[in-house]
Design a protein around this ligand. Structure first.
Ligand code: SF4
Ligand code: SF4
Length: 175
């Protein structure tokens, strides 16, 4: 019985995450206009506002019940990431690149397919301890100089329910 209850709970949580992203899609233009203003004004407290919302929202959002980033987008694999992961998997660098990666339009190494090959059925990452830096830092809302990555944050609001919620709060309390 607990098993079914758990499955139901996971389903409800996923629906909530989907609703957060759908709501972010409906606010897309409003967020774009606001971020344009922020890019011009460069408010001094912008990092503080983002970081405190990041802490607050990630206390509620459970990545292991979501994994939408791993399911829908690819991280960039830097050379150092590729070398570290290939070594751990006992593969050559070129063997790893051939098996899993391709160049994107910017010339960066990205996954050949999504969901990510290393995402396991329980939403855990098979290479968690050695995952690419981009995965460790996603969704980047606790970074310094957030003003420099507002365009990326806009895109991530349509992928990550946490960013959807962080940007909703920002819009609601516009300075
Ligand atoms: S970082 Fe965002 S998209 Fe990725 S698993 Fe966590 S909540 Fe989901
Ligand atoms: S390497 Fe791991 S954390 Fe990164 S996208 Fe794949 S499953 Fe997700």
């Amino acid at each position: 019985m607990n098993y079914f209850r758990t499955k139901d709970t996971i389903y409800i949580v996923l629906m909530i995450y989907k609703d957060l992203i759908d709501a972010a899609k409906s606010r897309k233009d409003e967020l774009n206009r606001y971020f344009k203003i922020l890019k011009k004004k460069k408010p001094k407290d912008l990092d503080t506002r983002f970081h405190s919302l990041h802490e607050e929202v990630f206390r509620k959002v459970d990545c292991l019940q979501c994994a939408n980033c791993c399911k829908t987008t690819s991280p960039i694999f830097r050379e150092v990431d590729i070398e570290r992961i290939a070594k751990k998997l006992k593969m050559s660098v070129s063997g790893f690149q051939d098996a899993y990666l391709k160049f994107d339009e910017d010339g960066d190494w990205v996954l050949q397919s999504s969901p990510c090959t290393f995402l396991m059925p329980d939403n855990k990452c098979f290479i968690y301890d050695i995952r690419p830096q981009a995965c460790r830092e996603y969704p980047h809302t606790d970074r310094k100089r957030m003003v420099q990555i507002l365009s990326l944050t806009e895109k991530n609001a349509l992928i990550c329910p946490a960013v959807a919620e962080i940007t909703r709060e920002l819009l609601q309390h516009k300075a």
